[in-house]
Design a protein around this ligand. Structure first.
Ligand code: GSH
Length: 226
């Protein structure tokens, strides 16, 4: 079942990690995969470009189906393997609504983290400034406050969309983990931190924990004052 799935991925990429979590939750272990190096720019190799013209991961193939948007891959897997493993999307469209809303709006966090981590790559040297970088951090901070509010409203011991682990958690947890790894304060975002600590030991999360995070638990401080 899983052996005609191929996933190209990179360690620490939240977009890849969410797909890996869904594959675990759907009990599709045994899929083919290739870990690529961002440092060596392997996502720009012809092998990946043939699947994803942007040269990014995740790049995913299942038989002759090609997908290279992480949330699209996650939804495809859930649809196709609905009765396998954990059901990540309820049948009722009204219950699905919040899961879809949170999953898709998580791209705002993703974008704002990228604005900061790619600052030196994206902004010419003579236009860079501490104040410019701080403005991007302030924008991420505002976004995280919004998510802290969502988490507070759900209460501790809750997943993103309620009492069950759903697609929204597979999609969002990797971003929350990234924010804390990069030094955001758990004390400043206590409900998000409680969520992080609730989900981090889930078997699908542990099984897919980014390999270089295991060998280098050093968290860094890029987002320390976010
Ligand atoms: N919208 C895409 C984003 C994919 C993406 O940004 N991938 C990053 C890793 S998280 C990547 O491949 N970066 C390497 C590059 O752009 O060269 C998705 O959600 O799948």
């Amino acid at each position: 079942m899983a052996n005609n799935i191929m996933l190209y991925w990179g360690s620490g990429s939240p977009a890849c990690w969410r797909v890996q979590v869904v594959l675990e939750e759907k009990r599709l272990q045994g899929y083919q995969n290739k870990l690529l190096s961002f440092d060596k720019e392997e996502p720009k190799s012809p092998e990946v470009l043939a699947i994803n013209p942007r040269g990014q991961v995740p790049a995913f193939k299942h038989g002759d189906i090609i997908l290279n948007e992480s949330i699209g891959i996650c939804l495809y897997l859930e649809d196709l393997f609905k009765s396998e493993g954990v059901q990540l999307m309820p049948d009722d469209p009204r219950e699905k609504a919040l899961i879809l809303q949170r999953s898709l709006e998580s791209n705002n966090i993703f974008q704002k983290i990228g604005d900061i981590t790619c600052y030196n790559k994206m902004v010419p040297e003579n236009e860079r400034s501490e104040a410019g970088l701080q403005r991007l951090k302030d924008a991420l901070s505002l976004e995280l406050k919004l998510w802290e509010g969502y988490a507070a409203k759900m209460g501790t011991e809750s997943y993103v969309a309620g009492k069950n682990f759903t697609m929204a958690d597979a999609v969002i947890f990797p971003l929350v983990a990234l924010v804390f790894r990069f030094g955001a304060s758990q004390a400043k975002y206590p409900y998000l931190a409680a969520y992080y600590n609730l989900v981090k030991n889930r078997p699908s999360i542990q099984a897919t924990w980014p390999p270089h995070w295991k060998t280098n638990p050093n968290t860094g401080d890029l987002l320390k004052n976010v």
